[in-house]
Each structure stands twice: as structure tokens, then as C-alpha cells.
Design a protein around this ligand. Structure first.
Ligand SMILES: [Zn+2]
Length: 219
């Protein structure tokens, strides 16, 4: 028979290491612009997902994943690919699809209601990750791709970061801005969790002006 106290004591000694693969770089990753509004970045490894989404700035026509070599360089900076690894064109397309699928789900976090199409799109984009639970001799438990293909392991690492963020309750606070041609990913640290715009001064006030113009237009 199990002993409740014993289980509690064992729980107190549990390791709190992240589930994501070792070696991820999350700070100082290149993005297509600066975070507007002076917001602090997402916590922990979720910052990697935020930076990935922000490798494109539609409004300023900036794209950091514009070629296989540029994308491989970015993934290497994130510790997701070995520095000498190359990407093939279909892998670049899959990476862009994954990034945009994440952006769609972050938009759904902002909208506050379920978006079945966005959820399916991201599920599909992550489906090749072949995540497995690995236990090392020190007792650390991680989610890693069971595949040896470098790009599949990239997708696996991204999936593991998302899974960990969902488990710790931070995933739903990573949002993408609904501003016209924006889509910038930001982390909502407000107490109610209802921040809508990347920056109230930029997209928030532009939206107000847009609504005002729409209302004042003669019908
Ligand atoms: Zn915005």
C-alpha cells in the first residue's frame, strides 16, 4: 500500500529541469525587429518560440528565414541545428509553415475563443516530431525526437518547448498582435491576461484611428 507522506517527500525531491532538449539558446536570438512597447520577453525557453515567430515582420517586409542558408543559420544560433548543417527547400517550407501555424494559434490566444483550424494546422505541422520521453542517468527527464534526422529533431525541440510551456501555464500568454499587417508575437504579463496589442501606442492607437475613420465614413 502506498504511503501518502512518503509520496509527498519523494515529490519534494523531484527535479525541475525543463522537458526541452539541452543546448537551446533562447536569449539574444535575431528577430526581424525590436519588441515594441518595451514588453519583457516570454519566460524561459518559450522565448525561442517568440523569436521564431518574430523572424518575419510583414509590415516592414523583413524576413530572416528567406533562404535555406539563412534559416539554417538562425536554427544554429538557437542551438536547434549543428552549425554546419544545411536545410533543404522542403524543410524550409515546412519551417515557415510551422512558424505561421504557431502564429495562428497565438492569434487564437489573443482572440480568446477556440480556433479549430489554427489548432489543426499546428498539430499537423508538429506531427513529424516523433517526440519520446528520454531519461538520463542523472534522473533528468526530457522530451526529445526519437528520429535522427536533424530537421525532424528541430521540429521535436520546438514541440517540446510548446508542451512544456503548456504544462507550466505560459503558452496561452504568448499571443500574436491582431494589428493590420502586424502579427508580432508578444508575451502578455498583465494580471488579467487580456493584453491585445503588441503595443498600445502603435497597433492599439492605429486600430482606434481605423475604427474612427470607418465610423465617420459616409454610408
Ligand atoms: Zn502589433
Amino acid at each position: 500500500m502506498s504511503d501518502g507522506n512518503g509520496a509527498e517527500q519523494a515529490g519534494a525531491g523531484l527535479k525541475t529541469a525543463g522537458l526541452q532538449p539541452a543546448g537551446l539558446q533562447t536569449a539574444g536570438l535575431p528577430t526581424a525587429g525590436r519588441d515594441p512597447g518595451g514588453r519583457a520577453p516570454a519566460p524561459g525557453s518559450l522565448r525561442l518560440i517568440q523569436a521564431l515567430v518574430n523572424t518575419s515582420a510583414i509590415e516592414f517586409d523583413r524576413e530572416l528565414l528567406g533562404s535555406t542558408s539563412a534559416a539554417a543559420q538562425w536554427l544554429a544560433a538557437a542551438g536547434l541545428l549543428p552549425p554546419s548543417a544545411q536545410l533543404a527547400e522542403p524543410e524550409l517550407r515546412a519551417l515557415i509553415e510551422l512558424r505561421e501555424a504557431i502564429r495562428d494559434v497565438l492569434a487564437a490566444h489573443n482572440a480568446g475563443w477556440p480556433d479549430h483550424a489554427a489548432a489543426s494546422r499546428l498539430t499537423m505541422a508538429l506531427t513529424c516530431s516523433r517526440l519520446a520521453v528520454t531519461v538520463d542517468p542523472a534522473g533528468d527527464v526530457r522530451l526529445t525526437s526519437a528520429d535522427h534526422d536533424p530537421f525532424t529533431r528541430v521540429v521535436g525541440a520546438i514541440a517540446a518547448v510548446i508542451a512544456e510551456a503548456a504544462a507550466t501555464g505560459t503558452w496561452s500568454r504568448l499571443k500574436s498582435c491582431p494589428g493590420h499587417l502586424c502579427g508580432w508575437a508578444f508575451y502578455d504579463r498583465s494580471s488579467a491576461g487580456r493584453s491585445r496589442w503588441c503595443s498600445m501606442q502603435l497597433c492599439g492607437s492605429r486600430n482606434k484611428m481605423r475604427s474612427y475613420r470607418d465610423r465617420s465614413r459616409p454610408s
